[in-house]
Design a protein around this ligand. Sequence first.
Ligand SMILES: [Zn+2]
Length: 127
Amino acid sequence: MPNKNLLKPRTLIFVWLVLLAWLGLLALIVIILLNLFFSYTGLADKYFMYLIYFTVGLGVTAILVGESVKCKSCRNSLFKEKRGGINKNAYKIRGLNYWASSVVGTVFNRRVTCISCGMKYKLKDLE
Ligand SMILES: [Zn+2]
């Protein structure tokens, strides 16, 4: 295929980076709460800074990879919310913003909807 744009691996990498970053964030919150309320001083403290670096690193990488996940139809990033440029067909979960909804939707529905133009992609049809 001459115009292989690696949309599928990029989408999967992006989604996994975001999920891991969320997990890292959750771990940070849990550790902070444990420290606040139970003056917990366990092994986790030693790795707290690493966990912060790790989570921030994942987040930054996710943003960079996310930029390269381009919609075939409108050429905008599939996971990027542009002010005023959100399509009415964009996938939205109540309580989440559009890009987070797209990430969750990709995992559970195995399909991605472009936030900018509403184009739907099935994960299995992507290459
Ligand atoms: Zn699009």
